[in-house]
Ligand binder design. Sequence first.
Ligand SMILES: Nc1ncnc2c1ncn2[C@@H]1O[C@H](COP(=O)(O)OP(=O)(O)OP(=O)(O)O)[C@@H](O)[C@H]1O
Ligand SMILES: [Mg+2]
Length: 479
Amino acid sequence: MASLKDQIARWNLSTRRTALPDAPEPTGSEEPEQPPGADTPHPPAPAPGIWTPASPGGDYYATKMKLHQDLLTRIDLNSIESLTPEQLRDELGTLLGELIEEAAIPLNDQERARLVSDLKNEIMGLGPLEPLLADASISEIMVNGYRNVFVESGGRIRATDIRFNDDAHLMKIIDKIVSRVGRRIDEYCPMADARLPDGARVNAIIPPLALDGPILTIRRFSVVPLRMVDLIRKNTLTPAMAELLSALVKVKCNIIVSGGTGTGKTTLLNILSGCIPSCERIVTIEDTAELQLQQEHVIRLETRPPNIEGKGEITMRALVKNSLRMRPDRIVLGEVRSAEVIDMLQAMNTGHEGSLTTIHANTPRDALARLENLVGMGGISLPGKALRQLISASIHFIVQVTRLGDGSRKITSIQEITGMEGEVITTQELFCFRRTGTNPDGSVQGSFSATGVRPKVSDKIRSYGISLSEGMFDPVATG
Ligand SMILES: Nc1ncnc2c1ncn2[C@@H]1O[C@H](COP(=O)(O)OP(=O)(O)OP(=O)(O)O)[C@@H](O)[C@H]1O
Ligand SMILES: [Mg+2]
């Protein structure tokens, strides 16, 4: 990982190359676009020249960039090596104070404090992103080009008044993030995944692939991962559903968590994995390591993207195959999305029961269809019926998660795969969430209910010495 000194030197160079006080404003469509689902409109732009960080094209950004440049020429790179972060912050504060005095910039106390804080964040952290990263209630940060920053908080997406100086500035922040984890992003390699030191998942995609400027998406996780009790408290599922899921994991059912993007699949996978007894050997395989298992015996594997010459890629499939030689009791796969699906299904079917994964699908039926398609896309040509037989023998349960219009996440269905009837995989639903309406405040009305069906796996659960609560499958609406 690059030292602070290297980072500043790199920053210094690129700032001198690209930061101009009169950085051109883009022309053409100036109105920021709302992403789908955004709840609030973008704040109106203040008149040009008004001295506020929120003012697009105002003096603030030009002044900040100029000061930033001056500051970098004053920093003694050799002496900062020996400073602690607190000392460096103080040192930067002093230097900035001097520069502001020298340039005789007319500022009141509030403006001055804001400018100094922004510049410290610029040098030591991730610039305009720092205030968002400091806000624990923000779960997702979406930067759509330098002027449009949206966040998700409490399940809702809203626009912020945070912005970058220009696209070059945003690019520098992206570069800072990806270079910290030894990756690169440029026009030859315009997409990158990375992670922030706190574990947040980062994706960046830049022109020419992104047509309207660099796009940065940061998925944050609570420092303390959500637990089953938190999900019950958030009304994502009922205690009975939680009891069943936890038992299913303990008795080694193969479970697939199905849901759309950002619905909470990984969070639920993490919680389900937490129910695996600690005596078992668990191998986790992910594209970007997000799972935070608490057991001691966990081996974490992560795929590797190809390098700049297109070489060196290690796929999920290769890791699943490799994991089979590592004597795993359980394999936890972050998401099935391509050819690894066939290896995962075979592993689930041949001695690695109790494996868990997620899939991108909007209903349990879609999840089954998607599994079939993924096998086909992997170049395996099994007759349809044989493939469905493999799927029905390998997967025992599908848990559907959904993000509702009010931002809440719900487990909307727990289905058991019961076998085949003719050419079709049969399932039975044990629990569901039925929406009944919308409250005046926009929150969703509805209730969870057992369907009255008892799972086929009941005997197995009993044989493991687990007794489920009396009447938990009775169809009584709750929540
Ligand atoms: N039950 C829940 N209630 C409230 N927030 C939740 C819940 N589950 C997950 N979240 C939050 O929602 C965000 C998305 O969660 P997660 O990463 O698990 O979704 P995902 O379906 O795996 O997303 P992706 O499709 O991008 O992989 C996270 O910030 C997480 O903390
Ligand atoms: Mg996920």
